[in-house]
Ligand binder design. Structure first.
Ligand code: IPE
Ligand code: IPE
Ligand code: MG
Length: 255
């Protein structure tokens, strides 16, 4: 690994006990295909979202077993506001229901839950649920669960750049930090190790463009409501079989 991207901290500088969340890989998932899953069964798209929410619970529970320390789930993009208002309203209701019903399980399972994205367009009731879920789970150290709602990577970059406009020069770290802040994320935004997209499309749809600079990409035809813990395990094991080179050559070929 090149020093410039991922400098390894000398042993004596590492925190004495890294949490499972800190030491595990960062997996990001574009949970796509709910609508098609439902319509192919003659059901309304909203049935796909309801089924999809059940899958989120299973995947969150399984993630730590596969060495995942951070899990970022794309739940609602800034462009998804353009969907029919009934669908948007149901999604907002489902997010709220998810937060309220999962808080206790997250606390028990040592999961820290945070929502990334804009907050100024989120319905007030959902916003209250977000704040209390984040507060209640703040000590979780096994998994950092991040759910992206009203999220746009491009918009984050623009707003971050605006927030730094008075500075004469900015570093990568400052821009990355500012991007975290505009998304209500106050930690260091970690690079994505593995990006999974379900539902058969092979695109990023404005998700984590900065953090995915060296992400391994994994696309599956499986639609989100039918994605299982075994599928996550398969993606994780494929990730471990890949060689990440960060622009350099494999050690054996370096001569
Ligand atoms: C993903 O599934 C969920 C959200 C974007 C909220 P879709 O609703 O995009 O499902 P498809 O892609 O139309 O099948
Ligand atoms: C991306 O899916 C957003 C989420 C999964 C939340 P979309 O279904 O909105 O993406 P496009 O429209 O196919 O690019
Ligand atoms: Mg879609």
């Amino acid at each position: 690994m090149p020093q410039s991207h991922h400098p390894a901290k000398p042993q004596h500088m590492r925190p004495p006990q890294q949490s499972a969340a800190e030491s595990g890989i960062h997996v990001a998932i574009i949970m796509d295909g709910n609508g098609r899953w439902a319509t192919s069964r003659g059901r309304p798209r909203t049935a796909g979202h309801i089924a999809g929410a059940r899958v989120v619970k299973k995947i969150v529970e399984a993630a730590p077993d596969f060495g995942i320390g951070m899990l970022t789930l794309y739940a609602f993009s800034a462009d998804n506001w353009a969907r029919p208002s009934r669908e948007v309203a149901l999604l907002m209701k489902l997010f709220r229901r998810y937060l309220v019903s999962e808080v206790e399980r997250c606390v028990t399972n040592d999961v820290r839950m945070r929502i990334i994205g804009r907050r100024d367009r989120i319905p007030a009731e959902l916003l209250r649920a977000i704040v209390s879920a984040e507060e209640a789970t703040r000590h979780g150290r096994k998994l950092d669960l991040r759910i992206a709602v009203d999220y746009s990577a491009r918009d984050s970059m623009v707003r971050a750049a605006e927030s730094l406009r008075d500075k004469e020069s900015i570093t990568r770290e400052e821009l990355a930090g500012a991007m975290g802040r505009v998304n209500h994320w106050y930690g260091e935004a970690r690079d994505v190790d593995l990006l999974i997209r379900t539902g058969g499309e092979q695109r990023l749809s404005d998700f984590l463009l900065w953090e995915c600079a060296y992400a391994e990409l994994y696309f599956t035809e499986r639609r989100w409501p039918e994605f299982t813990a075994a599928d996550l395990q398969q993606a994780a094991s494929e990730f471990h079989s890949r060689e990440r080179r960060y622009g350099t050559v494999p050690a054996a070929a370096a001569g």
